[in-house]
Design a protein around this ligand. Structure first.
Ligand code: THU
Length: 129
């Protein structure tokens, strides 16, 4: 699927965001190597630390449905600059994605930046030995 279509899916996913506290909706569209697209949005909680970001929602949905190989992630935020994923999401990306997998970051006005997982989190913690 073209990245432009994935951006539209991420925007649509952001419309389901549960953001009564931040009012900052995020949507993500994650592509599996088999070509499926799994979307996610941020889901907040009155106990703020329990909030799940849009990226992690998409990744956890995908993994829980049996997907383990991914080719592309698009993240849309209603920010002026292309959304910058939080550290927790970068670490979760490093767990499941190849270092060279592209992540397209999108702003409210659809400006994009493409970064690899390795660029987003260099020297990530992945190996317990
Ligand atoms: N958030 C995401 O969902 N993804 C990001 O990349 C950055 C932050 C969410 C968490 C919270 O619901 C809101 O944005 C404000 O931090």
């Amino acid at each position: 699927m073209a990245t432009t279509e994935l951006i539209e899916l991420a925007i649509k996913a952001s419309e389901h965001a549960y953001v009564p506290y931040s009012h900052f909706p995020i949507g993500a569209a994650l592509v599996t190597k088999s070509g499926e697209v799994i979307t996610g949005c941020n889901v907040e909680n009155a106990s703020f630390g329990l909030t799940n970001c849009g990226e992690r929602t998409a990744i956890f949905k995908a993994v829980s449905e049996g997907h383990k190989e991914f080719s592309e992630l698009v993240v849309y935020g209603t920010s002026k600059e292309p959304i910058s994923p939080c550290g927790a999401c970068r670490q979760v990306m490093a767990e499941f994605f190849d270092q060279d997998m592209p992540v397209t970051l999108v702003s409210k006005n659809k400006t994009t930046v493409v970064m690899t997982v390795g660029e987003l989190l260099p020297y990530s913690f992945t190996d317990l030995t």
